[in-house]
Design a protein around this ligand. Sequence first.
Ligand SMILES: Cc1cc2nc3c(=O)[nH]c(=O)nc-3n(C[C@H](O)[C@H](O)[C@H](O)COP(=O)(O)OP(=O)(O)OC[C@H]3O[C@@H](n4cnc5c(N)ncnc54)[C@H](O)[C@@H]3O)c2cc1C
Length: 457
Amino acid sequence: MPTKFVIIGGGPAGNAAATHAARLGAEVTIIERDVIGGAAHLWDCIPSKTMIATGGAMSFTRRIGGMGLEKQEVEVDIEALTGRIDDIKGRLGRNITRLLESQNVRMIAGTARVMDPHTIEATTTSAAGVTSVEVLHADAILIATGSRPRIPDWCVTDGERVLTTRDCYPPTIFPTSMTVVGSGVTGVEFVHMFSSFGAAVTLVVSRQQVLPNKDPEVAAVLEDDFLKRGVRLLKGARATSIERVGDEVVVSCDDGRIVRSSHAVLAIGSVPNTDQLGLEDAGVLTDGGYVTINRHCQSNVDHIYAAGDVSGKLPLSSVASMQGRKVAEHVMGLQKVAHRHLDYDKAASAIFTEPEIADVGLAETEAFADGRKIRVTKVPFSSTAKALINNDSRGFVKIVSDPATGVVLGGSIVGRHAAELISVIALAVTAHLKVSDIVESLLVHPALAEALAEAAE
Ligand SMILES: Cc1cc2nc3c(=O)[nH]c(=O)nc-3n(C[C@H](O)[C@H](O)[C@H](O)COP(=O)(O)OP(=O)(O)OC[C@H]3O[C@@H](n4cnc5c(N)ncnc54)[C@H](O)[C@@H]3O)c2cc1C
């Protein structure tokens, strides 16, 4: 009898687990209440990156003067942009659905609830409004229900002017002025997005640095870019209330400062989707709503797993997919043979601002805090031919290695295509490669990757 594996949630974690487990021989059912692709497709990664790409194209046209071209004013066509977002989401959703179908994964469009450790109830509503309930038996269960934006009790969002990140799509209008509350990854991406589209943006930064958890040198390049674009940085200020007053939004801060703008968006983290899921009926332990997991993504109930945002680890689509894959291997008993544990410290991440920011592995600041000996080499992109050809020499590559062995421990990249280029350092970190392995790779010329080889020298 094949293992009956029921997955709740069709985002990156659920999809990766489903396809991988099905390939390994499980009988897989995936229950999704919204769309296959998850919040990642509907509201998070895909629409935000699509809008950022269009905003980036607009800001590029403002910089083409140095490339032997006449400057041209471009205007955003909201309808065309909305169509483009829908088209991309649709294509990606169809690709995943086809893949799941090809692996014989059963998809149920409904809301799931765990009834006991081996029973799940899926409630579906037909187009005619008829509700039906199906009860499923499971040998293994994956909770992959994701998260949603956190709305603090001092703020009432209205979806019109006081927004969560999810209210920004489809883009019905472009704000003339926008206050972004929260200066983590999502906050700075939204600053970049709205300022690229011409809004006057104020960023409320609770500490003294945007991206407070990142390398200060990295954050400095971004702050510099924001200031050049006219973004107002309100440092050391914590928002305490956001109120709509007519057509204006008033953000008050704990130090008495007040910001007025046409719109405000909250980017202060997320909360897990575990309420009303019935986890307590199955005896699954949670912490702050997040399912407590071990290194195999198992909860305290051995055959109930959690992956993705709901597991409280790194809230990244890439991490969610990898967790899903690891869960599938564990469910099918592969951990007893070749199986590498997921090492969250080796996850590459990127921030899609301009310039882009990406990092992986050990950070310089972390090593100093731990008193660990490291070798740090930094090369600016301005030393490469390709950066000059691109008319964009902002940023740098930094590689952190072990001075005794030369093994690459981490790195950060700020600049054009940083999200792509970091893959080289990520591979080196995962495969324990040495800086000499990067130096001796025969890379392309002219290419931004040449800065990587130079930093590895
Ligand atoms: C604005 C923004 C931009 C982002 N950009 C990036 C990026 O560029 N790169 C990146 O790596 N990460 C990005 N992230 C993070 C990324 O979106 C998440 O880490 C990722 O979506 C997590 O995947 P998941 O599978 O855990 O959950 P989700 O994608 O949230 O999917 C969970 C699914 O479970 C379903 N569900 C929930 N409860 C039930 C239930 N009871 N029954 C049935 N179905 C249920 C939901 O409908 C949902 O579809 C971004 C996040 C935000 C907020």
